[in-house]
Design a binder for this molecule. Structure first.
Ligand SMILES: Nc1nc2c(ncn2[C@@H]2O[C@H](COP(=O)(O)OP(=O)(O)OP(=O)(O)O)[C@@H](O)[C@H]2O)c(=O)[nH]1
Ligand SMILES: [Mg+2]
Length: 324
């Protein structure tokens, strides 16, 4: 059943830092994307930036545990944190690790923390859209730090990489050799590398990454550091947080943050444009016309399909208005 919430009432409560209102607004935008512009219009005059961190790595390397450990320290510093977990089996989203999920719930009860999880399937418009919309709402809510957890398989980590300012790549002892990492493209996306589960070793892999980074050049002037953590005991997490802060500072002092912001929104703008183009095309080319063309293709020969599609388009005219 779709519930209708009064948007103005939700926004009022949202402004009073009501977590439930935040949750409802997220759900509203997820289910009814056409409401987004009405909702975001209320925040036009807000000027708050969160620092956005991506934590990525193979399944089971300890991303969620590490996120928890990071949150613990940041909460003590008085920061507010918004987590977005893009991970079907994550403790946050209630996968296999029910025990972890229960522990995470403790953290989620803290007034300064907010957790939202996305199953990687079943989202209208895809994960990256949902992630961007949720982060915008977190930013409007005034959250200091946003952490996005993604499993580093497939395309998603690279997509998410466009949406965050600091990417942490998490690895574990026995991960494999340097060449494998290079092949996986992992060495290009990290701003910080973390070898987690340091209680199980991992000096060798940390050294490998270091050597590899020494061989690379960094136009941005930022040479990614390599941390080692035990996210269960919290060992090394302080240092990791220092690296995060250093990177944030580096982004701010250079022009890089601006670049990253632009990349974040270029992504969204493109997506919204494609959506509009689809709508416009739908209004210019009717289903009937498409059906008729398919009949023609069958009657006149399948090898004409390209020509016929070309003909449809030759009757459509897109024009960009001149300015002024
Ligand atoms: N020994 C050891 N185990 C750890 C450490 N950090 C996490 N673990 C354990 O590793 C397992 C996986 O941890 P998660 O935090 O769920 O890992 P994840 O990367 O979020 O996993 P997915 O979300 O499923 O990809 C859990 O049993 C953790 O308790 C660590 O530093 N040392
Ligand atoms: Mg996880």
């Amino acid at each position: 059943m779709k519930r209708n919430y009064d948007i103005d009432d939700l926004i009022n409560r949202f402004r009073q830092k009501d977590k439930i209102a935040l949750a409802r607004l997220i759900t509203l935008i997820e289910n009814q994307p056409d409401k987004a512009s009405t909702i975001f219009k209320h925040f036009e005059n807000l000027n708050h930036d969160s620092h956005i961190i991506g934590i990525t790595g193979s399944p089971g390397v300890g991303k969620s545990t590490l996120t928890k450990a990071i949150c613990k320290i940041l909460l003590e510093e008085g920061k507010s944190i918004g987590i977005i977990s893009v991970d079907p089996t994550s403790p946050f989203s209630g996968g296999a690790f029910l025990g972890d999920r229960v522990r995470m719930t403790e953290i989620s009860l803290h007034p300064n923390i907010f957790i939202r999880s996305l199953a990687s399937r079943g989202f209208r418009g895809g994960i990256s859209r949902a992630v961007l919309d949720i982060s915008l709402l977190y930013e409007a809510f005034g959250i200091d730090i946003i952490i996005i957890e993604t499993v580093g398989v497939g395309q998603s980590e690279f997509e998410i990489y466009n949406l965050v300012y600091t990417t942490i790549v998490v690895m574990v002892p026995g991960y494999g050799d340097a060449i494998q990492m290079q092949k996986a493209g992992i060495i290009e996306i990290g701003d910080i590398y973390d070898v987690n589960k340091k209680d199980l070793g991992g000096e060798d892999i940390a050294a490998n990454i270091d050597v590899m980074l020494d061989d690379s050049s960094f136009q941005s002037g930022w040479r990614p550091p390599v941390a080692m953590t035990n996210s269960i005991t919290g060992e090394g997490v302080d240092e990791l947080i220092e690296y995060i802060k250093d990177h944030e500072e580096h982004l701010k002092l250079s022009e890089l943050l601006k670049e990253k912001k632009q990349r974040r929104f270029a992504y969204k703008i493109k997506e919204l444009m494609y959506y509009r183009i689809e709508q416009i095309l739908g209004s210019l080319i009717s289903e009937e016309e498409i059906n008729q063309t398919s009949i023609n293709v069958v009657n006149e020969g399948k090898f004409k399909i390209y020509e016929m599609v070309h003909d449809i388009f030759s009757n459509v005219k897109f024009e960009k208005k001149k300015k002024g």
